[in-house]
Design a binder for this molecule. Structure first.
Ligand code: S3P
Length: 187
């Protein structure tokens, strides 16, 4: 029999604006877990906001810090981790997360993501003339990566408390039941 995955943590992945931080914070509270946000870890390491890292050092420098932040979580337990929207487009980040966490993708379509992000200014990749077009293109490019999550939860037209309950339920099923998630369940 293959070794069951060691699920000690929960990682939320998905596009900018899909709700990883708000949902993650709420799920962490319900599970009694610590909430960590990889963007916050990167900012703490760099000493400047993500937008400034992009500005001053470029996206590659940000991705390096992000990779190190994610790798640094492998030995920790009892975490709910919100990842940056681009993190799991790099295979090594997804592989790292899957070594210790149930990876749950929060899904929403481009229009919903645009609605949720259009008044925010802290995401360098969306500070463009036509952010909806950027979101459509990036989402299409990233979707195959997001679909490699263990579980995909559609957040469209669902109140946040329902999404929180679903994420929590999926985590309890996989960590408590001792199962080995190996394919994405969509709910
Ligand atoms: C990014 C998403 C951001 C942040 C950075 C790059 C991306 O995080 O990591 O601006 O490539 O999608 P959020 O998804 O939390 O906004």
């Amino acid at each position: 029999m293959p070794d069951p995955r060691a699920i000690h943590n929960l990682a939320l992945v998905g596009f900018m604006g899909c709700g990883k931080s708000t949902v993650g914070c709420a799920v962490a509270g319900e599970l009694g877990f610590e909430f960590v946000d990889t963007d916050a870890l990167v900012e703490a390491e760099a000493g400047i906001p993500v937008s400034e890292i992009f500005d001053k050092a470029g996206e590659d420098a940000f991705r390096k810090l992000e990779r190190e932040a994610i790798a640094g979580l492998e030995t920790r337990r009892g975490l709910v981790i919100a990842t940056g929207g681009g993190a799991v487009t790099f295979a090594e980040n997804l592989a790292s997360l899957k070594r210790h966490a149930l990876v749950v993708c929060l899904w929403a379509n481009a229009e919903a993501l645009h609605d949720r992000t259009k008044h925010q200014t802290h995401r360098p990749l969306l500070q463009q003339e036509n952010p909806l077009e950027v979101i459509r293109a990036l989402l299409a490019e990233r979707a195959p990566h997001y679909k490699k999550a263990d579980v995909i939860i559609n957040t469209e037209h669902r109140p946040q408390r329902v999404v929180v309950a679903q994420v929590k339920h999926q985590f309890e099923e996989s960590s408590g039941g001792g199962t080995s998630p190996d394919s994405a369940a969509v709910s």
